[in-house]
Design a protein around this ligand. Structure first.
Ligand code: ADP
Ligand code: MG
Length: 700
């Protein structure tokens, strides 16, 4: 830091801090962190309790704990993969450590008789307990037996960024937390009895151990409520401003008839459902207006949102404008590209695929076509909105599976598609139902349509929950399904935020299943495969060449392979209800009866059991969303991804809905009496990954 620099510490750009080079600054920026003060609001995803050493005898599967023991033996074994096993005991019990990646140095240090302390998640492996890739340390004589005295925060991170540097920087910022201004009106703070901002922030970064597993982990501690409240106020203000600004701008009115869609309907093997037809009419009305459409279409998994989106796209194309169709994942973008090409090319329309993985050379022709207006519709991920991609005249932006995009990312896209006075129309699609109480804060800037009917002829999905110990039966079932010509998904889950570990888990399952099912062709797809590799794997599965697809939750949204009629979800107890419902929606798309097996690790907690029961009993998205709401009471772990929530830092619109009336009231007070605080609140809370433009948007 420059000695003469008088900028307050919390406003210093992160790259000016000691030890923050370009590469670190870049990673921090990916997390939405640009100035030191942002670090304070980068709150832990969860906490680890390293304040106590558990004896081996008290370990239970599923716990994440600090423990230690003496090494009995260490061995390198060759199963499906080479691995290092280290067996510990302490008189009260035993534990094995399993490493897939290790050095000779590590192996040699794990000598019999040595004392080893480790931290990790306990898993059941056959009859024994184990930890896979724990953090560990060999304790030598004279080593102090120190444990932490506060809970250890685990922060949301990004590839290549370890917790340690993140924690170090956050400590620096915490030393200055007192200089942070209060932005909520004083009367509000007093009347709601909130803790001071600085105290709340300090406590959340360093909670004392007695808070473990209580209100804190459920997101209900007063310090969390204090911050959640402020965040929701900021969000409410942002959404209101967005809506106001959009009412004042122009869009091309598209009044020519949708001749392309009429032509498509001639070719389709099915007719649209009544609900699809109604929603298409609502969209068409919007497109006739000289102001930007801003509509959200909600429809349960499998309700046929793609056809509705295609109808909108064809209307716009028939009026001489272009369309950008954006999907949240590369996988889904590729699938949309295949489907759209199949539907639109016979109509003489050009579908262009833009992918993050394309080289500039591969992309050049495609981009040229868009700029010349030869390409009618571009399909891709957010890569569609890079600078190098330009349209001749973009009339409509379609965003599929909305829950992955925030309000401000949406606004940024619209800004990008602006042509002179004209803004493009926007259509957003989601499978997540939105209860009325929340709609105002969550999607306050959007109009709303619902596809409340599934296409006819679907056979209901039968869902069963099976204890992991009966995994062999499940594998037998897969074998039979494949022998009958059906296809199967095997989904691996981990709560770990690390994508690397997720992929390792999937690799391991794929290897084991390949070994167990010699007659079955197995594919593997996860987030770390390259675009072209992913496409190859998915193509092989959708053409039927691959019978069993092992996947991480990357296949959660959108993937549509009607012949797949069995899904196995490993560790189903770890996922939220809505996420499980989304996943399960990958089967039950064809005419054969489908089933979904929820493999769980016993013992099941009360809420987990209720979640699995709810899934067994219902396949209706609305009903499941309601049960989800009820179950998100106490017991919900902090940081579980909440499908359907806007990406918020502390608040959960679901969990904190009781705050919403006061939030809306406070937003009104601020607009009336403290308008100068609006940009500050928005800056503090809404600068998130991909939201860089939010601040700019509101300042312009
Ligand atoms: P989602 O709403 O989950 O995005 P999709 O658009 O992927 O659903 O549609 C699911 C499946 O239903 C697709 O195979 C699609 O072709 C088919 N489908 C869509 N509309 C109808 C309809 N009206 N009748 C029969 N099948 C339909
Ligand atoms: Mg879809």
């Amino acid at each position: 830091m420059d000695d003469n620099d008088t900028t307050p510490f919390l406003q210093q750009p992160l790259c000016k801090l000691k030890g923050v080079g370009n590469s670190l600054a870049e990673k921090l920026e990916r997390l939405g962190l640009t100035v030191a003060g942002d670090l304070l609001f980068h709150l832990p995803l969860r906490y680890q309790d390293r304040t106590r050493i558990h004896s081996l005898g008290e370990l239970d599967p599923g716990q994440e704990v600090l423990t230690e023991g003496f090494i009995d033996t260490t061995e390198v074994v060759l199963r499906a993969r080479r691995m290092l096993l280290c067996h510990l005991s302490d008189g009260s019990g035993t534990l094995s450590l399993r490493f897939f990646h290790f050095t000779n140095g590590q192996r040699n240090a794990m000598r019999s008789g040595a004392r080893l302390r480790c931290f990790g998640e306990v898993r059941q492996a056959g009859y024994r307990l184990e930890m896979v890739h724990p953090e560990y340390r060999i304790i030598t004589a004279g080593d102090e037996v120190l444990v932490d005295n506060t809970l250890t925060p685990t922060y949301p991170s990004t590839e290549g960024l370890q917790q340690r540097p993140l924690r170090r920087l956050i400590e620096l910022a915490l030393a200055q937390v007192e200089t942070l201004p209060e932005l909520l009106p004083e009367p509000t703070l007093a009347s709601l009895g909130f803790l001071p901002l600085a105290d709340s922030i300090r406590l959340l970064h360093h909670p004392p151990p007695e808070l473990a597993n209580q209100a804190l982990l459920e997101g209900r501690h007063p310090a969390q409520l204090r911050l959640a409240f402020e965040e929701l106020v900021a969000h409410q203000l942002g959404v209101q401003q967005a809506r106001q600004q959009l009412r004042q701008v122009a869009a091309p009115a598209m009044t020519a008839p949708n001749t392309h869609f009429e032509a498509l309907l001639q070719q389709l093997p099915f007719a649209p459902t009544a609900a699809q037809t109604r929603v298409i009419a609502e969209i068409t009305r919007d497109l006739h207006q000289p102001h930007p459409m801003n509509r959200l279409v909600q429809g349960d998994v499998g309700s046929g949102k793609t056809l509705v989106a295609v109808a909108a796209a064809l209307h716009v194309i028939a009026n001489g404008w272009q369309v950008a169709f954006m999907a949240p994942t590369e996988l889904l973008a590729e699938q949309h590209y295949r489907n759209l090409s199949h539907w639109l090319e016979p109509l003489g329309l050009e579908v262009v695929f833009i992918s993050g993985g394309q080289t500039p050379k591969q992309r050049r022709r495609k981009v040229e076509n868009l700029l010349l207006g030869i390409g009618h519709i571009a399909v891709g991920t957010h890569a569609l909105f890079q600078k190098s991609v330009e349209f001749l005249q973009l009339g409509l932006i379609i965003i599929d599976e909305q829950h992955r995009f925030g309000v401000y990312q949406r606004l940024a896209l619209r800004e990008k598609g602006r042509q002179g006075e004209h803004y493009p129309h926007q259509l957003v699609m989601t499978a997540t139902p939105i209860p009325r109480t929340m709609a105002m804060t969550t999607y306050g800037d959007l109009d709303y349509s619902v596809i409340d009917e599934l296409p006819p002829g679907r056979t209901p999905i039968r869902t069963v929950a099976i204890n992991n110990e009966r995994r062999d039966e499940v594998i037998g079932r897969i074998e039979r399904a494949c022998a009958e010509g059906r296809q199967v998904y095997w989904v691996c889950t981990l709560i770990e935020e690390s994508e690397v570990l997720q992929c390792q888990a999937a690799e391991l399952s794929a290897a084991l299943l390949t070994e167990r099912l010699p007659g079955v062709t197995v594919g593997l797809v996860h987030g770390r495969l390259h675009g072209s590799e992913k496409e190859r794997v998915m193509q092989a599965f959708s053409s039927g060449d691959t019978q069993l697809l092992v996947a991480t939750t990357v296949i959660e949204v959108g993937v549509d392979v009607p012949n797949a009629s069995l899904m196995v979800i490993e560790n189903a107890e770890r996922l939220g209800l809505s996420q499980l419902h989304q996943l399960r929606g990958r089967v039950g798309r064809g005419t054969t009866a489908s089933s979904c097996v929820l493999l769980y690790q016993a013992p099941l907690g009360r809420t987990a059991r209720k979640r699995l029961d709810a899934l067994r009993q219902s396949t209706d998205g609305f009903e499941i969303a309601n049960i989800d709401l009820e179950l998100r009471g106490p017991g919900e772990v902090l940081g579980t991804r909440q499908t359907g929530d806007v990406r918020l830092r502390v608040a959960s619109i679901l969990r904190d809905q009781h705050l919403l009336p006061a939030v809306q009231e406070t937003a009104r007070t601020i607009v009336e009496h403290y308008p100068e605080r609006i940009p500050q609140l928005i800056r503090r809370w809404l600068q998130q990954p991909g939201n860089e433009t939010a601040t700019r948007f509101f300042q312009s």
